[in-house]
Design a protein around this ligand. Structure first.
Ligand code: NAP
Length: 281
């Protein structure tokens, strides 16, 4: 089975490496070639998306957003009958548009965003939220098994993107809530670390608060999930909710993330939204 893998960023590089290590024949392409080069030991580094996709049985996309995926898919121009596993987070509208582009090209489309961040991607411990035609499952399974501990098949294409937004609303709320509690402690003259110490091990505790809160306390934000992409996801949550659901928490997280990006910290981890909460100058 040959796999063309487009997008070797924070998530894509370790995912492509794990697919290759599982024994599949992998060709990678990345807009900035230097980020694909380290994969040369396990995969073929292609000069273009089209060169990666030529003759491939499966196309995987792991790019920033819907427009990036659409342009890479167009450039790749995979042959009719190719199986496309679209694993980037693109939201509902773009998932539909990409499905339509696949249909036009005679390509089988599976909407399959992932849960997990840099370390789970490196350790093949992601969760795949897959949706698409039943007949795609046998060929998709070796790829998903190579990157994930768990794959859920959720029905027709688009259901995976729906669940991804639901979970990301929770991730955004946790990160923003952690930042606000730490910021409030600081503002009230308490040691902010007291917040994490106080919830630790009790019913209010959650591991994510310590991961993101630890970064906030240290003031160091090496990117696991860049703030710019988290802002993109917050926008996707708000758009998807539309007029029917009040996602005030996602909007609050979005405001802090946008301020963080505007201050020039979009490539830092999303935990850097703490900078906006404490009005760091
Ligand atoms: P990343 O490191 O910033 O990588 C983004 C990738 O998209 C890079 O390969 C980048 O190429 C490419 N790209 C951006 N704009 C492009 C364009 N116009 N044309 C072609 N390529 C373009 O991000 P990541 O964290 O790996 O995220 C990838 C996807 O996974 C996103 O949809 C993200 O929301 C989702 N995701 C991320 C996480 C996480 O924790 N990081 C978790 C789950 C899902 P260059 O290298 O040339 O810039």
């Amino acid at each position: 089975m040959s796999v063309a893998f487009l997008g070797t960023g924070i998530m894509g590089a370790p995912m492509a490496a794990n697919i290759a290590k599982a024994g599949l024949d992998v060709r990678v392409w990345n807009r900035t070639r230097a980020k694909a080069e380290p994969l040369a030991d396990v995969a073929t580094v292609a000069d273009s998306a089209a060169a990666a996709a030529e003759g491939a049985d499966i196309l995987v996309t792991m790019l920033a957003d819907g427009p990036a995926v659409a342009s890479a898919f167009e450039a790749a121009s995979p042959a009719s009958g190719t199986l496309w596993l679209q694993m980037s987070t693109v939201g509902l509208d773009w998932s539909d548009r990409l499905a339509a582009a696949a249909e036009k090209a005679g390509v089988v489309f599976v909407d399959a965003p992932v849960l997990g961040t840099r370390t789970p991607a490196e350790q093949a411990q992601l969760q795949v939220l897959a949706s698409g035609p039943e007949e795609a499952r046998p060929a998709a399974t070796p790829v998903f098994d190579a990157v994930a501990v768990k794959t859920q098949w959720l029905g027709p294409a688009g259901q995976g993107s729906r669940l991804k937004l639901v979970v990301n609303a929770w991730v955004l709320a946790l990160t923003n809530g952690t930042a606000e509690s730490l910021g409030l402690a600081r503002g009230l003259g308490l040691d902010p670390a007291l917040f994490l110490e106080t919830i630790k091990g009790g019913g209010l505790d959650v591991g994510y608060a310590h991961v993101k809160g630890g970064a906030m306390l240290s003031g160091e934000y090496p990117p696991a999930f860049p703030a710019g992409l988290a802002a993109k996801d917050a926008r996707l949550v708000v758009e998807a909710a539309g007029e029917d659901v009040d996602v005030a928490g996602a909007k609050a997280a979005l405001a802090h993330l946008e301020a963080t990006v505007e201050a020039g910290h979009g490539e830092e981890d999303m935990a850097a939204l703490y900078r906006a909460v404490i009005k760091e100058r």
